[in-house]
Design a protein around this ligand. Structure first.
Ligand code: ZN
Length: 201
């Protein structure tokens, strides 16, 4: 399986990192070795500025390519919560040099994943989600504020990359990204319910 991540999909977040609003989706990938299903994450030694990015995650249930937007909803059946860990210091350096971001984004365990829920139980254009660090809300978002909807993202990405069953799409983070440190306790919520717990070790 592969992990596809959408960047700059919430206007307020694009602004906080001083990025321009995209006119088409920005995407990058993480390998399967990035996926972390455990509740413990070990702070990597190659970064001094590891940022949390809480994101709604689509689970692909049907293989496809060149998927049309009107049929895109048939290609994912569950929605979950994940963190797109980002070594912001490395990413800024890569961006400055015009280099790819992989080492800042695709490293081992950089994609913690929590629970999933059937999408039939959600109002897709109104999913509230957020991240608490040590009990304090740091990020709060709503799918209503997505620049590119879930269906648009699937249609766009599948023009370039075939989707397979089990692939995950991290759909972008709302504003409020920031550093984590050893000892922090992260809790992700979806519509007020706990979906993800992570201890930084
Ligand atoms: Zn992200």
């Amino acid at each position: 399986m592969k992990i596809i991540c959408i960047g700059r999909n919430y206007a307020a977040h694009a602004k906080e990192l001083r990025n321009e609003l995209p006119t088409e989706p920005v995407f990058f990938m993480k390998p399967d070795t990035a996926l972390l299903k455990e509740n413990e994450f070990y702070y990597p030694d190659f970064t001094k500025e590891l940022h949390h990015e809480i994101e709604l995650v689509l689970k692909i249930c049907k293989a496809g390519k060149h998927i049309q937007e009107e049929f895109a909803h048939k290609y994912y059946d569950e929605i979950g919560l994940g963190i797109d860990f980002t070594a912001r210091d490395l990413q800024e350096d890569c961006k400055k040099k015009g280099l790819p971001w992989e080492k800042a984004k695709a490293f081992d365990n950089s994609a913690p994943i929590g629970n999933f829920i059937s999408k039939s139980e959600l109002e897709l254009s109104n999913i509230r989600f957020g991240l608490k660090v040590n009990g304090v809300y740091k990020q709060q978002g709503n799918s209503a504020d997505l620049i590119f909807s879930f269906d648009k993202v699937i249609a766009y990405v599948s023009q370039f990359v075939s989707l397979k069953v089990g692939d995950l799409i991290y759909t972008g983070t709302p504003e409020g990204v920031g550093p984590v440190k050893i000892g922090d306790r992260l809790e992700g919520e979806l519509n007020g319910t706990n979906f993800l717990n992570l201890q930084i070790k």
